[in-house]
Design a protein around this ligand. Structure first.
Ligand SMILES: Nc1ncnc2c1ncn2[C@@H]1O[C@H](COP(=O)(O)OP(=O)(O)OP(=O)(O)O)[C@@H](O)[C@H]1O
Ligand SMILES: [Mg+2]
Length: 373
């Protein structure tokens, strides 16, 4: 029996004014989110910000204190989880240890009283897609972590879900395998055209997998954007330090487009800061947007702490005269002189149009810097 690769269409999802409290703890507040059919969304944010709560509300395991959940435009708050056309993939795979790979994948289909030959064809198709066909007779305990995760995904997709929810699906895998699985699973989900929401606290995972990223902070959505927009145009200091690494430098607005840095020079941002003279600001400069240069007006002096060769790039860490930690990332090419700890070096911002500027109290900055490490 041959099965066509799914006529499954992903569901669209709308959350409107969702709020949820556990006793006195407000886990989610005023969440508005629209996800298109077939879209892959990453839900990202620090521990305790409400990611799992949001997933459980979408799945139907938790009824929100306030707000509406719609699938394809229809409200579903009253519909139990097992009738919502959703598939779930968890961190711990949750495979049945006493059932073979084949039987694990067949489980949901059998529970739905699917005809025997359809079950066999569907399981075969899913194991083929996840490259697990030759493991069909093994038990989960006889598989590696990555293989178990593939079986978990095969089992989820076997029942033709319209929406797949993945809660930290790769956190039990080591770094190399993780990257392979991220690429593989993204392409599988896209092949299926299923709508997917992946919860992660790993920002690289979110950047590499998602069409759009939703950043949650303290139960609220802080920004929803494409990976590139989030990285290049962060809406807040929190986002700029949470997504990727960045250097945060304090300063004071001295003119329409100029900022006097505490670290020494006055810099020209090439555009209006939109702030009054005298306003205290923090600028965010990515490590790859800063380079070593000559001692000249506008250059930022730092004292070198260490240089770390990290494969393709080399990262130099230093500290400004005003005590801010700075990282410089360079392609690691032969002939680059290695800066020695204790030496003074001069830095220039490569592209001022890619510098973000925020009005955030100076006290808050060190908190963000700790979080970004
Ligand atoms: N069953 C519960 N009873 C009481 N408080 C809860 C319950 N579940 C979650 N919370 C609280 O709600 C907030 C959000 O929790 P949630 O599990 O959604 O966070 P998360 O973003 O998934 O965090 P993590 O990254 O650590 O998994 C936290 O403050 C948490 O302590
Ligand atoms: Mg969680």
């Amino acid at each position: 029996m041959e099965l066509a690769l799914s006529d499954v269409r992903g569901l669209s999802l709308d959350l409107k004014g969702i709020g949820h409290a556990f006793g006195a703890t407000v886990a989610l507040d005023e969440i508005d989110l629209t996800v298109a059919a077939g879209e892959l969304i990453a839900l990202l944010g620090p521990s305790g910000c409400g990611k799992t709560t949001m997933l459980q509300i979408i799945a139907g395991f938790l009824r929100p204190s306030r707000g509406e959940v719609r699938f394809d435009g229809a409200r579903v708050e009253h519909i139990p989880a097992n009738r919502r056309r959703i598939g779930m993939v968890f961190q711990n795979y949750a495979l049945f240890p006493h059932l073979t790979v084949f039987e694990n994948v067949a489980y949901g289909l059998r529970a739905r009283k699917t005809a025997k030959d359809v079950v066999a064809a569907k399981v075969e198709q899913m194991l083929g897609l996840t490259q697990m066909a030759s493991f069909a007779r093994r038990l989960p305990g006889e598989l590696s972590g990555g293989q178990q995760q593939r079986v978990a995904l095969a089992r989820t997709l076997a029942i033709d879900p319209g929406l797949v929810l993945l809660d930290e699906p790769f956190s039990a895998l080591d770094k190399n395998l993780r990257l392979d699985m991220q690429i593989e699973i993204k392409s599988l989900l896209k092949t299926f055209g299923v709508t997917s929401i992946i919860v992660t606290h790993d920002q690289e995972e979110a950047l590499s997998m998602a069409d759009r990223i939703v950043v949650l902070n303290n139960g609220r959505i802080e920004q929803i954007d494409s990976p590139d927009a989030l990285y290049d145009r962060p809406a807040s200091l929190f986002i700029s330090s949470f997504i990727g690494h960045t250097n945060l430098l304090r300063g004071t607005v001295t003119d329409a487009d100029r900022v006097q840095l505490d670290a020494g020079p006055e810099i020209d941002l090439g555009r209006s800061t939109q702030r009054r003279r005298g306003t205290q600001v923090t600028i965010s400069v990515r490590p790859e947007n800063i380079a070593f240069g000559a001692e000249r007006p506008g250059a930022i002096p730092i004292t070198i702490r260490a240089t770390l060769p990290l494969g393709a790039v080399s990262v130099t860490e230093g500290v400004t005269a005003s005590g801010e930690a700075v990282k410089v990332s360079q392609a690691r090419a032969a002939g680059i002189a290695k800066a020695q700890a204790g030496e003074t070096a001069w830095l220039a911002i490569s592209d001022v149009s890619r510098v973000s500027i925020f009005s955030t109290p100076v006290d808050d900055v060190s908190k963000f810097q700790q979080r970004s490490v």
